[in-house]
Design a protein around this ligand. Sequence first.
Ligand SMILES: [Zn+2]
Length: 82
Amino acid sequence: MCPDCQAAKLTNGLWNTFNSPQCPYCTARLIQRIGKLRTPTSDAITARRRVVLADAVAWGHAEEQIRKLAKGPLCYQPEVRE
Ligand SMILES: [Zn+2]
C-alpha cells in the first residue's frame, strides 16, 4: 500500500504528505485538501488543483479516475490482499 495513503488512513486524513503525482489516491486527497484552503480567491484554488491534476495525468494516471475520487470522501489506496 502507498505509505502516504496508509499514514493518512491511520490519522483519519490529517497526514500532510501526499505521494503525488505517483499515487492517484494521494493526488485526489491533495485536490480535496487544496479545496479547503483559505485563499483570497477561489481562482487560486482552482488553478492549483488543475496543476496537481495535470501533473498526475502527465504521470500516466486517468483524469476521470482522479476527478471521481476527488469528488468522493477522503480516499486511500486500497490494500492489496494476496
Ligand atoms: Zn497514496
